[in-house]
Design a binder for this molecule. Structure first.
Ligand code: FMN
Length: 195
């Protein structure tokens, strides 16, 4: 109980509440943003959602770098030359770099979870996001090394992804999500057996 109260205290005044399932269903990648930057209060809430995420053995193999400087955002975009992500980054109001610690066997799994926490916490606040993975393989690894150097990531850690956060330029109504069919991905008792 005390723990919960302490957490709430770090989050500031009451915030909008959205049903978790609705947030998952409604959340879509947003690639065009209004130029205004989200408030410090909202950004802190998103990062708190990250900080409080579960991880294997509670190793928390993550750190985050908030990037608002236009020149730095452009330099990161320049590392993606020729990729669709370059254009998206050039117009990004801000981004958060996800840095992973490969010391944990589960670090990529944990980074996926932490990313989901952040993007859903943002969505609840009306803030859209998109993960930016940079150039396609085989150029991706080199891009990650260079992007890590640019923002000063220590050698023992890995720059993995950028997430852009901002207010959607246009509000997309989710009518249909392109996803595999339920019966193609959910089996009962044995792989391939329909429920
Ligand atoms: C791990 C991951 C990496 C992604 N990388 C990119 C990316 O580099 N550029 C991009 O425009 N979208 C990226 N996305 C967004 C996905 O393409 C998008 O969520 C997916 O196509 C489903 O579309 P929807 O979000 O509109 O439902 C990424 C999403 C995930 C989960």
């Amino acid at each position: 109980m005390l723990g919960i109260l302490n957490i709430e205290r770090t989050l500031g005044p009451p915030m909008p509440r959205m049903n978790v399932f609705d947030a998952i269903v409604g959340n879509v990648a947003v690639r065009e943003f209004r130029p205004d930057i989200i408030s410090e209060e909202y950004l802190k809430r998103i990062l708190e959602a990250a900080r409080l995420t579960q991880s294997a053995k509670n190793q928390q193999p993550w750190t985050f770098v908030v990037i608002k400087d236009r020149q730095m955002l452009n330099k990161l975009a320049d590392l993606m030359t020729g990729d669709m992500d370059e254009g998206i980054m050039k117009k990004a109001p801000m981004a958060v770099a996800i840095v992973g610690d490969p010391v944990s066997e589960f670090y990529l799994f944990d980074l996926g979870r932490v990313t989901q926490s952040m993007t859903l916490a943002a969505w609840e606040l009306g803030i859209g996001s998109v993960i930016i993975s940079g150039p396609e393989p085989p150029d991706r690894e080199n891009y990650r090394v260079k992007a890590g150097e640019l923002i000063g990531v220590p050698k023992n850690l890995e720059f993995r992804e950028l997430i852009i956060f901002g207010y959607p330029k246009v509000k997309k109504k989710v009518r249909h999500k392109q996803r595999k069919k339920y019966q193609d991905i959910v089996f009962e008792e044995r792989f391939g057996a329909s429920p």
